[in-house]
Design a protein around this ligand. Structure first.
Ligand SMILES: Cc1cc2nc3c(=O)[nH]c(=O)nc-3n(C[C@H](O)[C@H](O)[C@H](O)COP(=O)(O)OP(=O)(O)OC[C@H]3O[C@@H](n4cnc5c(N)ncnc54)[C@H](O)[C@@H]3O)c2cc1C
Length: 454
């Protein structure tokens, strides 16, 4: 196998160290340059402590790298959504058909630390406080700057992979090419992290094994459990207008807003206003671009290639699936980087575009529809159809979250299934009244069996 001296990765967020670990295991030399300080030595900065929901695609990639079992102590399985109504009633809606179908809450910082440790243990070198400020796509010269000391260096690499997230510096260089396509679409919503502390004896104050949602139409609060008894919450609000981040200027504004919209959550966050004003308001963007590679010299991967909004909980699951796909191609073709990069993009782009679109759709579902009784009824019918036709009718949420069915297939079949559900559910109020003959006809004619479902 013709191997270059070193593969250089820009960014030691989540995808960089996972990819580095697996590249090292294949005998390649790996260096990572990361703009931040080493998070194992300094406290995680505000705005970086959000939890992630890890599901099948992410778990598969971690397992391939031999890292999943070690993650178990730092995850909390969430079996479903716990909806909090305005008057404090709770409704539980399971995510899957049984208790094997769960999503897993994990702290981003804990996951990042575990991945950094794994990459170093595998022999990758990570250089912190090294911001990539420029990259020559022809020569492979990478300009780096230490933001603290101002020191600047240039390193050379034949193969550079940009794992540097949604504001990728490597992508900025590609943007200068005449044939580079790029679109970014910001939501007019922002997000803010808040924390529900643990009880005095370190227990969770809400049901542990659920993702809690306060769906309120134009705004939403969610909470994911942490292993220390706290919940990491994310408040989603419009950036401007009525009930927006722009309107909440003072401690009193924030408390009043919570009293009206999330009264039961207010009681759980004693330091609400302090918590609110000490965290930044984040923005959410969908980024699509192409091509992701320049010959066999540089490639974009993860959020750098395809940032998506967080409402399907798939950003990192999708990024880790990128890592699996790239490694499969490397195993098949060896270090024939032009071919590996070209086929990687051909395989992944259609799928990352699909999850980007489904993530935006799911924003509306989480915000508006999860509290709607007809939506909940449809979910029950979906599960009944899946039980009877497990190879044909797999709910879209399950195809995305509990299987590794390509995202583009989930999107296409999801649209067909929505149509079938509408026809079957609209005339009835109870699952018992489902017209199974019509269901058989529709599913038989429109949904070919999925084959080996993984
Ligand atoms: C509110 C929110 C909730 C989310 N929830 C989920 C979820 O539940 N499930 C899920 O799967 N995904 C979720 N995501 C998405 C997930 O966080 C991202 O998809 C994931 O972090 C992308 O990983 P990455 O390694 O590509 O980029 P990042 O994790 O952003 O890492 C990029 C790294 O590159 C470094 N870097 C950036 N620029 C430079 C530079 N110029 N030079 C050197 N280093 C640089 C950064 O410091 C960072 O360490 C969520 C995202 C948000 C915002």
């Amino acid at each position: 196998m013709r191997t270059p001296e070193t593969i250089t990765l820009i960014g030691a967020g989540l995808n960089g160290p996972l990819l580095a670990t697996s590249l090292r295991k294949r005998g390649l030399a790996v260096k990572i340059y990361e703009r931040r300080s080493d998070m194992r030595k300094i406290r995680v900065s505000a705005g970086r402590s959000i939890n992630l929901a890890l599901s099948t695609r992410g778990i598969h990639a971690l397992a391939q790298a031999g890292l999943w079992e070690a993650m178990r102590p730092i995850i909390i399985p969430m079996k479903g959504r716990m909806m909090h109504s305005n008057t404090g009633e709770l409704t539980f809606q399971p995510y899957g058909k049984d208790e094997s179908e769960v999503i897993n809450s994990i702290s981003r910082a804990e996951l990042n630390i575990a991945l950094l440790n794994a990459a170093e243990a595998a022999g990758a070198t990570i250089h912190f406080q090294q911001r990539c400020t420029g990259f020559d796509l022809t020569t492979g010269a990478i300009k780096l700057r230490n933001d603290e000391s101002g020191a600047e260096t240039i390193v050379q690499s034949k193969v550079v992979i940009g794992c540097d997230g949604s504001a990728s510096a490597i992508r900025s260089e590609m943007l200068k090419l005449s044939d580079f396509n790029f679109s970014q679409q910001y939501l007019d919503y922002g997000y803010k992290e808040l924390t529900i502390p643990a009880s005095a004896d370190g227990e969770h104050l809400l049901e542990t094994h659920a993702l809690h949602i306060w769906p309120r139409g134009n705004c939403m609060l969610i909470a994911l459990p942490n292993i220390d008894g706290t919940f990491a919450c994310i408040l989603f609000l419009p950036l401007a207008g009525t009930e927006s981040f722009a309107e909440l200027d003072t401690d009193a504004d924030v408390v009043k807003f919570f009293k009206t919209r999330f009264p039961d959550a207010l009681n759980l966050i004693p330091q609400l206003a302090k918590n609110y004003f000490s965290n930044p308001t984040g923005s959410m963007v969908t980024i699509k671009c192409a091509p992701w590679h320049v010959e066999g010299k540089s490639l974009l991967l993860g959020d750098a290639a395809h940032a998506i909004v967080p409402f399907f909980g798939q950003g990192i699951n999708c990024g880790f699936e990128d890592c699996s796909a790239l490694l499969d191609l490397l195993d098949r073709y060896g270090a024939d980087w032009p071919r590996v990069f070209r086929e990687f993009e051909e395989q992944r782009k259609v799928n990352t575009d699909a999850i980007a679109d489904m993530a935006i759709e799911n924003f509306v579902e989480m915000r508006d529809r999860v509290a709607d009784p007809r939506f909940l009824f449809r979910k029950k019918v979906e599960l009944a159809l899946e039980a009877k036709y497990p190879r044909q009718f797999v709910p879209k949420y399950a195809m995305v979250t509990f299987h590794r069915i390509p995202y583009s297939v989930a999107l296409t079949r999801g649209i067909i299934q929505e149509r079938i559900l509408a026809e079957l559910c609209d005339p009835i109020q109870r699952v018992e009244d489902l017209d199974w003959t019509r269901a058989e006809q529709l599913i038989g004619s429109e949904l070919p069996p999925l084959g080996e479902i993984s």
